[in-house]
Design a protein around this ligand. Structure first.
Ligand code: PMP
Length: 365
């Protein structure tokens, strides 16, 4: 068996140790005589798996007690609707007319489009003209104190642009789509009203969506809204109002335990910083590869790079694959390559990619 270095943006590489543990436990979890996939979500075995996953995530991210962690389905895309549905009525019971959005890439654009179905959207920033290669300066942001919430996407997965600060929104709840940056670095959860993320990058397999929500933001949705779109439904039922994505939740738990074993977020952050800096340095030192994103706001997780000669794209992808470096093709809207280097990408994968890039560039002469 040979494992490749998989640079997919998501679903993405998972830690080999986690996959091996899942394999070892596949047919018989902890003497239960069955696979986790076959368990009732209400049985005591599964309840212990679910509770441990939540406890480990809380420890990893240092989540304060006044936040609920919800294990949902529907992907980050469902949160584009669940956020306005749940937050437009403030904790004071008063209906807000509008929400503030920072439009900094294709994913925040989708979040904006969905929110417009529910409320007025006030664009506090819009970096479309830069082709999303930068983020607004913190001092330029003027938030509406009467907005229901402020939504932003700390890391835009497609262009690879990432905020290096957390916007200060005062008393207005800050909502972050952390799909491609959760667990990549230490963050202060108390600065957020809601953090949400599809699992399929730094958390585990697709099918699970994590929502970390401050308790006062739960229970305010209009009664006419679908129960499945009300955070309260899940908060009141330990995310087991209906059948949760049990196996993805279990796998996420293995990933959280792996993160703790790695030394927690400070160790993970240091590794991620080193991995990203190495790869960007290789790109910047080269005359053949380039990255268009503002240096200050380059993503640690998604690193697009363009070849000076786009006619070489296919050869690059083919030769990279022969070296076990796969899924490097860039998003269709950007072209070129994109290396997604989430937590499970070993440093050796970055080193192998850099060595190959240098070899490819030298062969151009
Ligand atoms: N937001 C971001 C930042 C993403 O990267 C993605 C998926 N790549 C999404 C939202 C959509 O996530 P999902 O497919 O889980 O709905």
């Amino acid at each position: 068996m040979s494992r490749v270095f998989n640079f997919s943006a998501g679903p993405a590489a998972l830690p080999a140790e986690v996959l091996e543990q899942a394999q070892a436990e596949m047919l018989d979890w902890n003497g239960s005589g069955m696979s986790v996939m076959e368990m009732s979500h209400r049985g005591k075995d599964y309840m212990s798996i679910a509770a441990k996953a939540e406890a480990d995530l809380r420890e990893l991210m240092d989540i304060p007690e006044n936040y609920k962690v919800l294990f949902l389905q529907g992907g980050a895309s469902s949160q584009f609707a669940m956020v306005p549905i749940n937050l437009l009525n403030g904790p004071d019971g008063k209906k807000r007319e509008s929400a503030d959005y920072l439009l900094t890439g294709q994913w925040s654009k989708k979040a904006v489009a969905e929110a417009k179905r529910y409320c007025k959207v006030n664009l506090v920033a819009d970096t479309t003209d830069s082709k999303f290669t930068t983020v607004p300066e913190e001092a330029s942001l003027k938030f509406d104190p009467d907005a229901a919430y402020v939504h932003y996407t700390p890391n835009e997965t497609i262009v690879g642009v990432e905020f290096d600060y957390i916007p200060d929104t005062g008393d207005v709840p800050l909502v972050a789509d952390m799909s491609s940056s959760i667990l990549s670095r230490q963050i202060d959860v108390s600065k957020f009203g809601i953090i949400y993320a599809g699992a399929q990058k730094n958390i585990g397999p697709a099918g699970l969506t994590i929502v970390i929500v401050r308790e006062d933001l739960i229970g305010n949705a209009d009664a006419s809204m679908p129960v499945m779109f009300d955070y309260k439904t899940f908060a009141d039922n330990e995310s087991m109002y209906n059948t949760p994505p049990t196996y993805s939740w279990y796998m996420a738990g293995l990933v959280f335990a792996w993160g703790l074993k790695k030394g927690g977020m400070s160790a993970i952050e240091a590794t991620n910083r080193r991995k990203a800096e190495k790869l960007y340095k290789a790109i910047d030192d080269s005359d053949f590869f380039s990255n268009p994103v503002d240096v200050q706001y380059r993503s640690w997780m998604n690193v697009p790079f363009i070849l000076a000669d786009a006619d070489q794209d296919a050869a690059f992808i083919e030769q990279a694959a022969a070296k076990g470096l796969v899924t490097l093709k860039g998003h269709r809207s950007v072209g070129g390559m994109r290396a997604s280097i989430y937590n499970a990408m070993p440093e050796e994968g970055i080193d192998t990619l850099i060595a190959f890039m240098q070899e490819f560039e030298n062969a151009q002469a």
